[in-house]
Design a binder for this molecule. Sequence first.
Ligand code: NOJ
Length: 591
Amino acid sequence: MINKYFYGILFSVVTLISVAGCQTNKKQSYMDKNNPTWWKEAVVYQIYPRSFKDSNGDGVGDLKGIISKLDYIQSLGVDVVWLNPIFDSPNNDNGYDISDYTKIMQEFGTMDDFNTLLEEMHQRDLKLVLDLVANHSSSEHEWFKQSRSSRDNPYRNYYHWWPAEKGKPAERWSFFDVNSNAWKYDSLTNAYYLHYFAVSQPDLNWENPKVRMEIYNAMRFWLNKGIDGFRMDVIPFISKDTSFPVLSEKYHGDFVHFYANGPHLHEYLQEMNKEVLSKYDIMTVAEGAGVNSDEVLNYIDSERKELNMLYHFDGAKLGLIPGERKKLDPNGVSLIEFKKVYSKWDSVTKEKGWGTIYLGNHDLPRMVSRYGDDSLQYRALSSKMLTTFLMTMRATPFYYFGDELGMTNIKFNKIDDYQDIETINWYKHLQETGGDLNDFLEMEKWVGRDNGRTPFQWDNTENGGFTSGKPWLKVNSNFKTINVVAEEQNPNSVLNYFKKIIRIRKENLVLVYGDYTLYDLENPDIYAYTRELDGIRQLILLNFTSHKASANLSFDIADAKLVIDNYDNTPNLDDLKNFSLRPYEAVIIEF
Ligand code: NOJ
């Protein structure tokens, strides 16, 4: 290693230091720079309601279940809860196919339950963000039923129809269709309708002002109840060129980027902001499918008056073979590429806008199985290391429920175990086209969405305490050891580490607003960066490997203080002086 200078390093080894006091005095200066807002300082906790807690024994999580666990959520120290869709739905895509935007899905409970949930959350200083699924509805929605009934029905233009007498429409790719065809022929009116997702998820026609008004009304309905914001499902896709031209070469293999660049998208987002969002103190976050880092400010530059935040897919795509349908590269995720992606996304919001950071959600496998090591030996350490990354970046963390326990992929062996439309329909596609089913099932163990959707593990009783009935999706058999009760009792658990590091983020605004600087980019093992604010500097060192590794750094860290380390025993000082980390070690040093 080169360039290391040490001058009588004096580590004051404490597991936790608070510099909140001195930062408070300096708050004014970063106020000016960062335009602080509650949602920039918040930690968002995402709950997949179907899998959180079942209160009535039907095997499906519900609102009463969430209410019964609000003390647990509060104990985490998170600020905002984002709930995946809770609205009326036939559940072909687990709520992302809405049949009534202002009704609660029966399986989840009633409007009274919702009102209680919101009230009890607010009493505990927890904010609630709901999922706005406005690119498409369910084919069971009354609007669609009307729309398909005849060509001159007043709702016809609520959706995109292509009259069959014009010939076949130009190719559009569908995410969940067995044949990947986004046009479905409907003989009732001799026309095709557009569905970027499943056949039962027809795309709403945002070019029709009536549709936009309907959606804004639904948003007002929930906002007037007092919710605190929206996560916006594939919102970049809403505007379409309704002449449906043949796509130019550059979009072949990159439909998603085409979908995210509709002609009136930003006009509509500005309209939505003016009509609805600007009237409430809320947070908004776009699911940024198809949005590149050079396009993101069009959504989140506050001067443009559109949305607050967007979450990108560049990190989620790492380690997947480009051009293939969700296939992991056997070489794994390159840490150097990982650093480049997150550093690039930090840089785009340096002067304007605000970022997000996440490693897991309901569309992804479990964070530890994907980016860490879910073996017995390293599961806890690598979970804590990844959590350290999420809690120390200059962006709002979106943390997926269950990751605070270090929950892992379930890795189903049989297609029958899966419930997810994406997995099932691609399996059917392979069956029809003679694809390799075994290969697919092996791959789904790593990338399938149901891995992240298995029921939450509360305790070591049957079904992990999730339900007294038959769970809608199998519970991971490791619930006997990985569960809330066990982890609450263990001071060194993943859960207790999560709570601790959230406290550290809150007490050290340098971790929220401080400048981010990457070091030692070419190091394939360690991710090293500093966060700096008003004379306070913290160095974050993360070992992404199962072996010892060192960073190549030249800091004078005399008088440094150890803020946190993810090992049960504190690091050997000589190792730390050499920036040498144990397997999956995560360290924050202040100097
Ligand atoms: C993105 C959501 O996150 C995913 O779960 C859903 O299937 C699609 N959008 C369609 O709504």
